[in-house]
Design a protein around this ligand. Structure first.
Ligand code: NAP
Length: 448
């Protein structure tokens, strides 16, 4: 039997495990995660109101419940946990599916003012990530600025506009529900440095903004018209053309006077976040103009947009893993078809899949072919990898070393505790938002 460790139980980790056991009946896989809960960004990144996407957890669950797959939660890989070198000795092969764990920086003055957060911090909070804290995101905020035109920017914009009636049925933790439900943010400005025809959001996500109750979407036709692709969309690829059509409809309709307004802004490059009374009060942008090659140039003209909350949503970034090669320019591990490259040569038994392999792009389904490519590379190498003796079962050895994985039954206990909590609150499932309650629940004890 070939013993493989997959590090990370998000979509790329689960799809890698699935491909391995499907393609070869002589493989068994341990899927390790530093968190007690599986599913990575499907649990801690997909917006709580996106029920359909979240239901992908059922597919991932089937993978982790496969006879030859085992979930081992609460196992940290790295200097303060199980080292990469130790992991390599425990398994014939290791596949790192650790995603892109941090966010890109803007590199502008004022970026770290109180009230300015990365979108990932905000998403982690309302998704109940146990490392996230309630930072008082919405305190005293009437106006929010979201920087970026990707799907994460659309997610946080939508969450800011939703009211308690729409949020209560989600699995959002009670603290975030109370804070978002009581939010007084009425103006939400989503601002991009390029034009409507270069925005990264997908049309389905964009269109959803127009369906939100009590919310107007406001677009300035003159700003859209700065983009030649808006004036004449005929040469645009279909996804961009559809985005432009949705924006055109909004530009041609009048606001209804709804209590929430989403302002979609284009050709504004962040220059500085401005402070007032010790926290962010506005963002200053430089007006840009298309450069004719898909990029933009500065015009020297500036505009200030008021916001007591700023969410920087400019993409994720991979983080180097101790003792693994890393390309800081791309935030990925150098690889060839998923084989980790050390000094240009494939390193036996080390693989990557998902965002740490190809960068933080694509939708969840993009991870399937990516994982399959890596699994295929690994199985091609299997005859040589299997020559090395490894333990039959890593878990007793980990226990002896003071590492106590949370196995599937522990996760099932967490699920039951979340269902019980929701029932007690008169809601559906409600996520446990902190380490202590998760660990108690995993041990079969009452979390509170
Ligand atoms: P993204 O799609 O890469 O978008 C990042 C945005 O930030 C772009 O508008 C980019 O503008 C802008 N940006 C980057 N650097 C900037 C800077 N220095 N100043 C101003 N703007 C800057 O990233 P994301 O939204 O984090 O999404 C990551 C991935 O997850 C994507 O593949 C996304 O589709 C996926 N996702 C999907 C869903 C869904 O399917 N519902 C939900 C969430 C996330 P430029 O284009 O000008 O660089």
């Amino acid at each position: 039997m070939l013993r493989v460790a997959v590090v990370g139980s998000g979509p790329s980790g689960c799809y890698t495990a699935q491909s391995l056991v499907r393609l070869d009946s002589e493989v068994c896989v341990d899927v390790l995660d530093r968190l007690p809960c599986p599913y990575g960004l499907v649990r801690y990144g997909v917006a709580p109101d996106h029920e359909k996407i979240k239901s992908l957890q059922n597919q991932l669950r089937a993978v982790l419940e496969h006879d030859r797959v085992r979930f081992l939660g609460g196992v940290r890989i790295g200097p303060d946990g199980v080292s990469v070198a130790r992991l390599r000795r425990l398994y014939h092969a290791v596949v790192y599916c650790v995603g892109a764990a941090t966010d890109r920086r803007l590199g502008i003055p004022g970026e770290d003012l109180p009230g300015s957060w990365s979108a990932t911090q905000f998403v982690s909070w309302y998704s109940a990530h146990p490392d996230a804290a309630d930072a008082g995101f919405l305190r005293d905020a009437r106006s929010a600025v979201v920087i970026g035109l990707g799907n994460v920017a659309v997610d946080v914009t939508r969450m800011l506009a939703r009211g308690p009636a729409e949020l209560t049925p989600t699995d959002m933790p009670q603290g975030a529900l109370a804070a978002l439900g009581a939010s007084r943010v009425a103006e939400i400005h989503m601002v991009g440095r390029r034009g409507p025809s270069q925005a990264r959001f997908t049309t389905k996500e964009l269109r959803e903004l127009g369906t939100l109750p009590d919310t107007d979407v406001v677009v300035d036709p003159a700003e859209l018209a700065l983009d030649p692709g808006y004036t004449d969309p005929s040469a645009l690829p279909a996804p961009q053309r559809r985005n432009v059509e949705v924006l055109r409809d909004w530009a041609e309709s009048s606001p209804t006077g709804a209590p929430h307004r989403i302002h979609l802004r284009f050709f504004l490059r962040p220059a500085e976040l401005l402070a007032g009374q010790g926290r962010v009060r506005a963002a200053r942008f430089e007006r840009t103009a298309p450069d004719g090659h898909g990029g933009v140039t500065g015009t020297g003209r500036h505009e200030v947009v008021e916001g007591q909350l700023v969410l920087r949503s400019v993409g994720y970034r991979g983080v180097p893993l101790e003792d693994l090669p890393f390309d800081p320019a791309t935030g990925t591990v150098p690889n060839l078809c998923g084989r980790v490259l050390r000094e240009g040569a494939a390193s036996p038994g080390e693989y990557v899949a998902g965002w740490i392999k190809r960068g933080p792009t694509g939708v969840i389904g993009t991870n399937r072919p990516c994982a399959k490519e890596t699994a295929t590379s690994l199985l091609e190498d299997a005859p040589a990898l299997a020559l090395r003796a490894v333990p039959d079962d890593s878990v007793p050895l980990l226990h002896a070393e003071g590492v106590h994985p949370i196995e599937w039954e522990g996760w099932r206990s967490i699920e039951r505790a979340e269902a019980d909590l929701g029932a007690a609150l008169g809601r559906g499932v409600v996520k446990l938002p902190d380490w202590q309650s998760l660990l108690k629940a995993a041990a079969g004890r009452a979390p509170y």
